[in-house]
Design a protein around this ligand. Structure first.
Ligand code: ADP
Ligand code: AMP
Length: 215
């Protein structure tokens, strides 16, 4: 099963991706995580991407082509994958379509997680991350031990781009560049919209109901 998770920053894509990936044994491919890894390793790509990410802007499409191409050609993606945060623009969606067609694959379903703006701001301002990729929320999804990851006991941190000014820019970028993908994929009859305003386990139940049709 080849799945795309679509939705604004803070909608809960990463949170649900972790559950979907475990339940359906699909590799979770987050372009945000890949870019942050490149930043931490000080790679050429990381240095270029950082200037955009710090401002809450999308990194240019061309910086992601080789990354996504290489990742989707890895063996663990042959039986399916879960994309989180890619595509984020129409040119990226076109690139993805061509890459998949070249390897005789296609997207099966796009899960579009919808959450109101006010709730997104609350979620992003209270988000705390672990370097293992798990995300928490100080109020809505707190770790068992304050400031520590449940899975690996590492210290949690706040993402730089979860600061209020950057969050505003990220929401503007989402509306301008990513939201048009809803229409793009709706026209291809691939989109299922999920109410992301519910509690985390209830959203996962709704997602499972959609995925049952493709499993
Ligand atoms: P995204 O990957 O879409 O940017 P995350 O999965 O990191 O979003 O979630 C953003 C924040 O909201 C995190 O702090 C997460 O713990 C919290 N969160 C995720 N889903 C919900 C939910 N259904 N209700 C309340 N908080 C949530
Ligand atoms: P995320 O972890 O998905 O919230 O992404 C964090 C940041 O990484 C975004 O605000 C963008 O700057 C950058 N990014 C991640 N994925 C993409 C993408 N597909 N296209 C452009 N920029 C991206």
């Amino acid at each position: 099963m080849n799945i795309i998770l679509l939705g604004p920053p803070g909608a809960g894509k990463g949170t649900q991706a972790k559950k979907i990936s475990e339940q359906y044994s699909l590799p979770h491919i987050s372009t945000g995580d890949i870019l942050r890894h490149n930043i931490s390793m000080n790679t050429h790509l990381g240095i270029k991407a950082k200037s955009y990410m710090d401002k809450g802007e999308l990194v240019p499409d061309e910086l992601l082509v080789d990354i996504i191409k290489a990742r989707l050609s890895e063996k663990d993606c042959s039986a399916g994958f879960l994309l989180d945060g890619y595509p984020r623009t129409i040119p990226q969606a076109d690139t993805l379509g061509k890459l998949l067609a070249d390897s005789k694959r296609k997207i099966d379903v796009i899960l579009n997680i919808h959450v109101d703006d006010e709730e997104l701001i609350n979620r992003l301002s209270g988000r705390r991350m672990c370097s293992c990729g798990t995300s928490y929320h100080v109020l809505f999804n707190p770790p068992a031990k304050e400031g520590k990851c449940n899975a690996c006991n590492c210290e949690l941190y706040q993402r730089d781009d979860d600061k209020p000014e950057t969050v505003r820019n990220r929401l503007v970028a989402y509306k301008k560049q990513t939201q048009p993908l809803i229409d793009y994929y709706n026209k291809k009859a691939l989109l299922s919209t999920i109410d992301g305003g519910k509690d985390i386990p209830l959203i996962f139940e709704d997602i499972r109901k959609v995925l049952e049709k493709y499993d």
